[in-house]
Design a protein around this ligand. Sequence first.
Ligand code: PRP
Length: 218
Amino acid sequence: MPRDTDRLTLAVAKGRIFKEALPLLAAVGIVPTEDPEKSRKLILPTSDPAIEMVIVRATDVPTYVDYGGADLGIVGRDTLLEYEAGGFYEPLDLRISPCRLSVAGATPELLERTRLRVATKYPVITRRHFAAKGVQTEIIKLYGSMELAPLVGLADCIVDLVDTGNTLRANGLLELEEICKVSSRLIVNKASLKTRYALATRLLGKLEALLASTAGRP
Ligand code: PRP
């Protein structure tokens, strides 16, 4: 079913990103008209009649926007770096959900090895990172609780998001190396920017102005 060109569909990563995106979206006049945690509806209308929201798993956000199932998306830079195709632009750093993607393990000596078994949900980023350092990796793909892998001998180290560092500390692991800084980004489907130019640029302009007015604030 083709989507109306007089409306924008915004895909937002569920969980922490969605929670942190809500105040930002509210500040530009976009508030879901139903409680997303209670509603069984998959497409949520908002207070802006030209904008509807879909809340999906983070890893699905780039897919929806790449294929035009959504016109815009809000998702972490980690997910974007892991997603290799890209029929979308990434015009704005929304500066929400800041954290970092790091290598973590039980001891710093791990970084001196030339072969490592690494558990992660980011195989693309992990392979690229270690290949650039000449380290051979065997990647164990996991979907959550990465910190468990070194504890039970499933992997030598992990590549995962670190925010406060509490999860690593609680499990006796050290942050050994930062791969990159992460925050949530706005992405826009390339074709949507043409077919829904006025709507898309209006929203981008509002978000840009909001971010400029809060620049430098924590
Ligand atoms: C994330 C991440 C770490 C943790 C880091 O997990 O994967 O486990 O948060 O945060 P901290 O440094 O503040 O402790 P999340 O809770 O999102 O769940 P997940 O393991 O399912 O990804």
